[in-house]
Design a protein around this ligand. Structure first.
Ligand code: ADP
Ligand code: MG
Length: 700
């Protein structure tokens, strides 16, 4: 795909389907273009001489534009786009609806559109798009009502309605835009193209996205990683329910909804995720300021006690922020400058009668403290303040010190002057202290993301041929699941397993048990029995001389549970000391957008109930695997809670890394659970395995 500059900064725009008909898309977009655009607008309509007073031409070729906006009926779109291709018009924005969103016929039309675009290498936005805008050149190629104020935010939205809503609201909210694109059905250009384009655009300070899906997760991750080096990307992803999870036959599959994949994917991409539209634009306003905090210490300066406490609480709750503790020098200086009743420790209370000068002095002193990386300045309406001047004071102090500041203006009309000044000076202001703190938290998060490196995972040496052979055994079976009979897959990847074997007669079981020791664990092995312990199919602590009986009993239980069950035999396994260890789970699930994910969490038979798990895109290197062991709520258990010895965390990390490489190497592994991976102070052992294989992918 060639550069997208032509989409946002064209010289000549043709409107194909321009018309004067009241209420039509063709009229609205023509009006919007004629209104402000710096370049030429050429209506294309063979039936007219002029449209809205502007001379018309009969064809795209005659118009000779560098961008075409298409607002013709659905049946005519393909011909027009082809005409664009023939005429060498590379940028095409299809506003027309009636494609993939409308059923089989529309979907077919969309496929054809994609074909034409590929044939001529076109940059196509849409179809079913509201259009594109770009402030610097006054381009409003949409059929929405207004153009947004100019600024540094570039915004893509999968919902056209959301574009109009945000643009309408932006002026009041103090948010200015560089480019805006309504993605529509994303037949050709999607979020990945725009993240990449805006990453290379010096006039885009922040990329903001409202997304319902990501077409190609891995491509998006690659593009976003490059962009977030110097341009923050914030996304709200709507649609969190997930019907797909029901069908899963593994613990991991059951837990891994598509939202867990998005979470892992956006995190891997270095993209900040907002939970709501409000959070999205709160973050955008903070990030648009350009400064990032050098440290996570926050100073709070307020003229009202209550809101100061609220801000302090919000800082306490924020994952990446803490209340800065002032140096003695700061405290002394504040004590010297402020009245006796003021609080000179953080949060600084300049008290209700503070004039602008006192506020300014306190802010300056606080921002000079080396422990302060960011600040929240709070004001309630008081009779002693000129709010326009206060706004200036906050902006100047912020500029002087290069410390990002969020203003919290707790009032309405009385504070309007301050709001306006801050808006002009690019300082975000909020009503609610928690939102102001939220804005700063986004900055702290971005600083973290920007500092990241993405090392390639360390290579894993493995017997891949052996794994391939074992996976292929599903081809001879009626189902596509493998269980403990396939434990050798783990051995082949260097994941430690206990001593043991799967056998199909009691005498062999006896022999294996004698080799292992005094007591063993025995398990039924059957593709028809998903959760062995649910049917009493796992016996722990079987003395060697009872192995015979236990064998018969396990077979009987399986028969009892399902008379026609396929029984492959019984696994006889070394018994591990669970009292000294923790049952963890390492799993994998293949997501349609993001590919293989690796999961780590608290394991055992209650995995789904606890759901204490974390996901990453596979494969992971040892740093990421280590992080996963720290992410879960039960992390303290691994570190040795209540006098217990810590488990072998390096062993756990290594197992996670190896399993993640296994699933990355074999696309045929759809789902996989190692549950439990028993972690003890002496090492780790994978005692159970279950995986689902997609036979269609085996040849790969
Ligand atoms: P399933 O998950 O199909 O019920 P598992 O093999 O995971 O079967 O066994 C269930 C539980 O039995 C484990 O979560 C663990 O508590 C215990 N267990 C299984 N194998 C061993 C072993 N080798 N040593 C100690 N405990 C074990
Ligand atoms: Mg299990």
């Amino acid at each position: 795909m060639s550069t997208l500059a032509g989409l946002f900064a064209p010289d000549r725009v043709a409107v194909v389907g321009a018309t004067e008909r009241e209420g039509s898309v063709g009229r609205a977009v023509t009006e919007n273009l004629l209104d402000r655009f710096d370049g030429a607008v050429i209506p294309v309509n063979p039936k007219r001489e002029t449209v809205l007073g502007t001379p018309c031409v009969a064809s795209v070729a005659e118009a000779d534009p560098d961008m075409a906006v298409v607002a013709v009926p659905p049946g005519a779109v393909l011909d027009v786009v082809r005409e664009c291709g023939e005429a060498g018009v590379q940028n095409v924005v299809v506003l027309t609806a009636g494609f993939g969103e409308t059923g089989a016929e529309g979907a077919d039309r969309e496929r054809q559109l994609r074909g034409v675009a590929a044939e001529y290498d076109l940059n196509v936005v849409g179809p079913n798009s509201l259009g594109v805008m770009s402030s610097p050149v006054g381009l409003n190629a949409t059929f929405g009502p207004d153009a947004p104020p100019e600024g540094g935010v570039s915004f893509m939205s999968q919902s056209g309605a959301f574009v109009t809503a945000v643009v309408d609201w932006a002026a009041d909210a103090g948010l200015g835009f560089k480019d805006v694109v309504s993605l529509g059905n994303k037949a050709v250009l999607d979020e990945t193209d725009f993240v990449r384009a805006w990453g290379n655009d010096p006039d885009t300070d922040v990329v903001v996205g409202y997304l319902e899906s990501i077409v190609d997760g891995r491509a998006f991750v690659d593009a976003a990683r490059e962009t977030t080096d110097d341009t923050p990307v914030v996304v709200v992803k709507s649609g969190r329910t997930d019907a797909g999870a029901q069908a899963a036959s593994s613990h991991t599959g059951a837990i891994a909804g598509s939202d867990r994949a998005y979470e892992a994917g956006l995190d891997a991409a270095g993209v900040l995720r907002a939970e709501s539209v409000q959070e999205l634009f709160d973050a955008a306003r903070a990030l648009a300021g350009g400064d990032v905090p050098e440290s996570n210490g926050v100073a709070v300066v307020t003229n009202a006690g209550g809101p100061g406490v609220m801000a302090t609480d919000a800082v306490g709750d924020a994952e990446r922020l803490s209340l800065a503790s002032f140096t003695d020098e700061t405290v002394d200086r504040l004590a010297e400058e402020l009245p006796d009743e003021a609080n000179v420790y953080n949060p600084v209370d300049v008290i209700g009668d503070a004039p602008v000068e006192r506020f300014r002095t306190a802010i300056d002193i606080a921002l000079e403290d080396p422990n302060v990386g960011a600040a929240v300045v709070i004001t309630a309406p008081t009779a002693t303040l000129d709010f326009g001047e206060l706004g200036e004071a906050i902006a100047e102090s912020t500029d002087d010190h290069g410390v990002p500041t969020a203003a919290c203006l707790m009032g309405g009309g009385r504070l309007e002057d301050a709001r306006q000044v801050l808006r002009e000076r690019g300082i975000p202001s909020y009503f609610d202290p928690a939102r102001a703190v939220g804005g700063l938290e986004s900055l702290a998060e971005y600083r973290e993301v920007r500092g990241r490196s993405y090392p390639d995972p360390e290579p894993v040496d493995a017997d891949r041929e052996r794994v391939r052979e074992i996976l292929e055994t599903v081809e001879d079976r009626s189902d596509n699941r493998l269980g403990v009979e396939a434990m050798e897959i783990l051995d082949a990847y260097g994941v430690p397993t206990p001593e043991g074997a799967v056998v199909d007669d009691p005498a062999e079981a006896q022999a294996v048990a004698e080799d292992i020791g005094e007591e063993v664990v025995m398990k039924i092995v059957s593709p028809d029995i998903l959760h062995k312990s649910d049917i009493g199919g796992v016996k722990v602590g079987v003395p060697v001389d009872e192995v015979d009986d236990a064998y018969e009993d396990l077979i009987a239980r399986a028969r009892n549970y399902q008379p026609d069950a396929t029984i492959l035999g019984v696994q006889v396994q070394e018994m591990l000391d669970l009292d000294a260890g923790v049952e963890t789970i390492v799993g994998s699930h293949r997501d349609p957008q993001f590919g293989p994910l690796v999961m780590f969490g608290l394991g055992g038979v209650f995995v789904e109930i606890m759901e204490d798990t974390t996901f990453r895109l596979a494969p992971v290197g040892s740093d990421a695997a280590k992080e996963m062991t720290e992410d879960i709520d039960a992390a303290p258990l691994l570190r040795g809670a209540r006098g217990r010895d810590p488990v072998d965390i390096d062993g756990v990390t290594d197992a996670v890394r190896r399993v993640s490489q296994l699933v990355a190497d074999f696309p045929s592994i759809v789902e996989l659970d190692v549950n439990p991976l028993v972690a003890t102070p002496d090492g780790v052992r994978a005692v159970d395995l279950r995986l689902t294989v997609d036979p269609e992918e085996l040849e790969q």
